[in-house]
Every structure is written in C-alpha cells, then in structure tokens.
Design a protein around this ligand. Structure first.
Ligand SMILES: Cc1ncc(COP(=O)(O)O)c(C=O)c1O
Length: 443
C-alpha cells in the first residue's frame, strides 16, 4: 500500500559556471531549491492571491505586546539578552515551554527541553545525529517539504507511508518496515506530523496513535513527533501526543512560530535523556547557542501577556479562513476531494489524475493565483495531481477570489487537454464531472 522511494538524486549543486562545481561534498547534492521557495518569489507580487506559502497571520498578534516585551527585556536584562547563552537554552524559557507542553498533556523536567532555532533546526540536528547515507527514514506520503529537504541533505533514503483521512495507516507502516528490514535496510526513525498535517490537513486518530507507537516500540524504531500546529485547533484539542505516553521512544518537536511569531525563530525538542545530551552538543557545534534575545522576549511575553487568549485569537482567525476556503471549494469545485482540517493551516486538494499541478502552475500564476504543487511534498515525484492550499495568510476575501481564479485555471486546463485528446478518455471523465463555472472575477 505504501510507496517505496529510493532517493535518486541528481547532482544539482552548481553548474559549470561555478568554479567550485567539482569540489562540493556528496551531501550537497541533496540541497535543491524547493518548489515552495521558488514560489514565494513569484507569489509575493501583490496582485497574486497566494494560497502557496505557510506564513502565519502575524497581523493578528498585537505588535505593542511584542514591543513591550522587547523593551522590558532590554531594560532589565539587556546584558544577558545581548550575550552568548546556554547551548540548551535559557532555563526560564525552558520552564515556560513545560507550561505550554502541559496544555497538551506532556510532562517533563526542564532538563528534557532543548531550545532550538525554530523546530526546523531541531529536525536538522536529529537527522545529523542519526542518519548515515542510505539509512531509511519513514515519512508520511505526503510529508513536510522542509523535512524532506533536511533528510535529503543527509542522504537519507526517504520511504513514504500512505495516509488516509485518519492519518498514517498502521498496516502500511507495518508493510514498509517489513519490506525495508528484509531488504537489509537500517530504519532510523519515523517522522510524523500527527496534528493538522502539513500538507495533508489530516489528524492521526487516538487509536492509530497507540497502534503506531506500539509498532515502533516493538520494532525498535524511534518516533520524531513534529507538532507545530497542535494548539491551533478549531473544534477541540486533538488526541494526546505520542510523547505524553512514551518517554523513551519519542523525540517531540515544538515551536513558537505558529502560536506566537516565526520571526523570533524559537522552537524546541523534548528528547529522551541520552539523545538530549547529544542534541545539545550538536546544537553547540552548529550555532553555539540559540538567540538569548529571542528567548528572553518570548519568556517575557509568556509571563506578562495573556498568551492563551492570543492563541484563541489565532484559532478564530484561522478557523474563519478555513471555513471560507472550504465553502468556496464546495461551491466552485464540488467534485474534487479535499481534506477538512480540524486545525492548522492547510487543505489538500486532489484533482483528476490526468492533471499535473506543477505543469499547471505557470497558468495559475498568470491568472493571479498560486498554490503549492503536490510533488513538493514527496521524495519520489508522487502527488502530481495534488496541491496544497494554505488558508493561513490570505484574508477571507482573497481566499474566495483565489479559489475562483483556481477554478478558472482548472477548467481551462481540462479544456486544453480535451482539445488535444478529442477522442481520448478525458471526455468520459469530464462528462461525469461538472465543475461549476465561477462568477466573473470582479476585481
Ligand atoms: C510540519 C512543520 N515542521 C516544522 C516547521 C518549521 O517551523 P519553525 O522552524 O518555524 O519552528 C514547519 C513550518 O512550517 C512545519 O510546517
């Protein structure tokens, strides 16, 4: 059921115009320009409605709260804020992180927490610690584009495991483990985003969490539980994290990027004791220490502002945007399957399988709408007819306009293909599908 991927990487580290072309290490071949990054440049033009990026709605965070926290830090602790600090992170912030974690049912001691420069850095450090070239990392199909980039840069063999609307499928996980083990491969960890998945928008059910944990425990596979969106829920909290029931087999990754602001670049890892010590050493060798200034400002904010109420505000903003996107999709593209996230930032849209969302993207940008093509989220070129739609950043009006434009693009693409396949199977598929014609674009 799962898709096996052998990483066939083409060296793309430079060109013959680069005098150092032949000097790069093999691992640099894994560093390629992500489709998301290339998109950011195009989609940042103001006339384009970007449903592509995953930027939090920082405008919903009152800036005076941040300014007040920054002023206080500089007034009272300036000499600490401007100095190098501990490689593991400021103890005061680590205590606050435990408070945040308690909201999700995770208990631990201040010693268990390692502060990182965003959870992205934690991903990098964990991969650096565990992966030799050719080692297997199990990851959902699809998976977070930034994690795929890190895994590739350490020359991991990324093996995707199928998901459905309830998250990772335990049977597919069992099959993947059995197959990789019988091929003599070394499986180093399972990377999973159980809540409001990026990009799929689905949440792993409670019973599947138990099952996945039990499989990994019995197979001796470490779990990397990446949970930046867990507190951004709409109806109610998601099931308890796997880390809340398992201390030794899970590294939990958290972040202030979605509940506060990504600009401070503060995330964290909660890891079993021995791994934690190595994580700190790896962090020290990478950056010496995370930014003391950022950590103290966040501590100050958490101590003096009503951060729980602010998270509620974020939830309200994102829920309204999700509902708007869902409504527009149901109205304009009623026959297409899309996920219905209970939180987070993303909806995953499936188009008819003869459409290629990457090929379609230039036409979409011409129609002034951008999305992220599905292939960005697979290590094996999968996801051709899928796309990720982000509802986190555009306003509800922009979202409606964006989905209207997207509908025009999809219909235009189908027309185009039919023109060149007049007697082919597309007509049959098309005639059984009725894409609603959107009203004319009034803007
Ligand atoms: C699933 C996932 N993990 C990790 C990150 C990295 O977040 P940060 O480094 O800002 O904490 C992101 C960012 O979008 C994400 O979606």
């Amino acid at each position: 059921m799962e898709v096996h991927v052998s990483n066939q990487q083409t060296p793309n580290t430079g060109t013959n115009l680069d005098p150092w072309y032949s000097n790069y290490a093999d691992r640099a071949a894994g560093l390629s320009v992500s489709e998301v990054r290339a998109l950011f440049a195009v989609a940042s033009r103001p006339e384009v409605v970007s449903l592509a990026g995953g930027m939090p709605a920082v405008s919903a965070l009152p800036q005076d709260l941040v300014v007040t926290a920054m002023n206080r830090v500089m007034r009272d602790e300036g000499s600490i804020a401007l100095q190098y600090g501990s490689g593991q992170g400021v103890p005061r912030l680590r205590e606050h992180i435990l408070e945040v974690m308690a909201m999700e049912g995770i208990r631990g001691s201040v010693d268990d927490v390692v502060v990182t420069t965003g959870s992205q850095q934690a991903l990098d450090l964990v991969t650096k610690l565990f992966i030799n070239p050719g080692d297997v990392i199990l990851a959902e199909a699809p998976s977070y584009v930034g994690a795929i980039g890190v895994f590739r840069s350490y020359q991991a063999d990324i093996v995707h495991v199928l998901m459905d609307d309830d998250g990772l499928i335990p049977d597919a996980l069992r099959e993947a483990i059995a197959r990789e083990k019988s091929a003599g491969k070394s499986i180093k960890f399972l990377y999973t985003i159980p809540n409001f998945h990026n990009p799929a928008g689905v949440t792993l059910t409670a019973s599947r969490r138990d099952e996945v944990m039990q499989i990994c425990r019995s197979e001796g596979i470490l779990v990397i539980e990446d949970n930046p969106y867990g507190l951004i829920y709409f109806d109610g909290p998601p099931p308890a994290p796997m880390r809340s029931t398992e201390d030794e087999g899970v590294i939990y990754l958290g972040s202030f990027s979605k509940t506060f602001a990504p600009g401070f670049r503060v995330g964290w890892a909660i890891a079993p004791h021995a791994i934690r010590e190595k994580l700190v050493l790896a962090a020290e060798s990478a950056i010496l220490c995370p930014s003391a200034f950022s950590q103290l400002v966040i501590s100050e904010y958490l101590e003096t502002a009503d951060w729980r109420a602010q998270i509620n505000t974020f939830r309200g903003v994102y829920e309204e945007r999700k509902n708007t996107m869902l409504q527009a999709l149901n109205e304009y593209l009623p026959d297409l399957h899309h996920t219905n996230p209970d939180g987070g930032f993303y909806i995953w849209l499936t188009l008819p399988d003869y459409l290629d969302t990457k090929q379609m993207l230039p036409r979409a940008v011409k129609e002034l709408v951008a999305y992220t093509p599905g292939t960005a989220f697979y290590a094996d070129g999968g996801g051709r007819n899928k796309m990720r739609l982000s509802f986190c950043y555009p306003t509800p009006d922009q979202i409606r306009l964006g989905i209207r434009r997207l509908t025009t693009v999809i219909n235009g693409e189908i027309d185009l293909l039919e023109t060149f396949n007049a007697t082919g199977p597309l007509q049959t598929i098309r005639s059984s599908r009725s894409f609603s014609a959107p009203p004319p674009d009034l803007d």
